[in-house]
Write a protein of this length. Structure first.
Length: 368
């Protein structure tokens, strides 16, 4: 019992990849952990290079922050922002520029963080933004982190889940051309994503009976087949099937009216058919505070809701709000999953506590 309690109280170790080395990744990492209070909640372990970090700090004139540099085989320090060297050579900085070298070292950082996660050296993963073009290689042939991690952890078809407070939006199709969306969605795929959102809301967000909205594909959700058949032939049957199985799933809703009237506030989760249908309103409502969470994997991974921001890289103008939110959300999800597992392993424990609490109130009332 004592060991179990110690394990529960153990500080979470977060593996962090730096993303494109010419982007704002390291800047938002340093700005986040400049607030030492976060170190009470987690032990950050950044995978990069001490030479790169020092050069980046000098270029940014960020003198009020320092990493604890660690050799790969050495122990990290729990109350410090640690950086493990995963390359030793000097790499020239070209802040704000897309280069092949930057993509190469972004992948080195990501691979090192993923390896650490597989080896249980860290408890979860937070990824800074990559450039999806320059990272492409024989080793990385994916449209983004989500698909790469699905391959690494055999997650099958993970869910891109954008989260900001009570607003949570998932997508059926992720990083694919808009021309391929209609032919890619199917009743089975929509049903699968509904189930993934439902499970994640229960497991990762502690929502006992989640209420889910499904957005349509076509303008006005097809207007009963006048503007496309997919809403009536694929989406509505999927929603109906989920509802008949006991899940609180409704739709399809036309996205413009759904967000314009703030109907999203009535739901725990929203499922959009494609990337921009969900992410455009999400970022319009939450930009700078949103988190990209990859649901449906056996591991926890979060990232900020922005890209490499080459236009401001090296200018010390990056807002770290979204990256900081990614850290907090990652920690929260880890605790939520642990609580969900504990409840499933011993459901009577919580039930007994609730029953006892009610009985105690009744006894006290009877003694008055």
């Amino acid at each position: 019992m004592k060991n179990e309690q110690q394990s529960t109280l153990k500080k979470i170790r977060l593996g962090i990849s730096v993303g494109d080395i010419n982007g704002i990744g390291l800047e938002v990492i340093m700005k986040t952990f400049s607030d030492s209070r976060i170190l009470d909640l987690c032990t950050p372990i950044v995978y990069a290079s001490s030479k790169y970090a020092i050069a980046y700090q000098r270029a940014m004139d960020m003198k009020n922050f320092s990493f604890n540099f660690v050799r790969p085989s050495a122990k990290v320090v729990s109350n410090k922002a640690n950086l493990i060297n995963c390359w030793t050579e000097e790499v020239p900085l070209s802040l704000g520029q897309e280069t092949q070298e930057a993509g190469k070292y972004a992948l080195k950082s990501l691979n090192a963080a993923v390896k650490a996660l597989k080896n249980h050296e860290v408890d979860a993963l937070v990824t800074a933004p990559i450039n999806k073009h320059n990272i492409q290689s024989d080793e990385f042939k994916f449209p983004g982190h989500t698909e790469f991690l699905a391959n690494e952890f055999e997650g099958g078809d993970p869910l891109m889940f954008m989260v900001a407070g009570s607003l949570r939006i998932g997508v059926v199709t992720g990083h694919i051309p808009i021309a391929d969306v209609a032919s890619t969605i199917s009743e089975a795929k929509i049903s699968n994503k509904i189930n993934q959102i439902y499970h994640s809301l229960k497991q990762d967000f502690n929502i006992r009976n989640p209420k889910i909205a499904v957005l349509g594909l076509n303008p006005h959700s097809g207007d009963k087949g006048v503007i496309g058949k997919e809403d009536e032939e694929l989406i509505r049957p999927s929603v109906q099937k989920a509802f008949e199985s006991g899940k609180l799933v409704y739709g399809p809703y036309a996205a413009d009216g759904f967000f314009g009237s703030k109907t999203y506030e009535q739901f725990d989760g929203v499922l959009a058919m494609y990337h921009d249908k969900g992410l455009a309103p999400f970022k319009a409502l939450t930009f700078g505070n949103g988190v990209n969470f990859t649901a449906g994997l056996p591991i926890v991974r979060t990232s900020p809701d922005h890209g490499t921001a080459f236009d401001i890289a090296g200018k010390n103008k990056a807002d770290a709000g979204s990256f900081t939110a990614s850290i907090f959300e990652c920690i929260r999800i880890i605790h939520a999953r642990q609580g969900y597992r504990d409840m499933r392993l011993n459901p009577m424990k919580k039930m007994s506590a609730r029953m006892f609490a009610g009985t105690k109130d009744e006894i006290l009332e009877g003694m008055d």
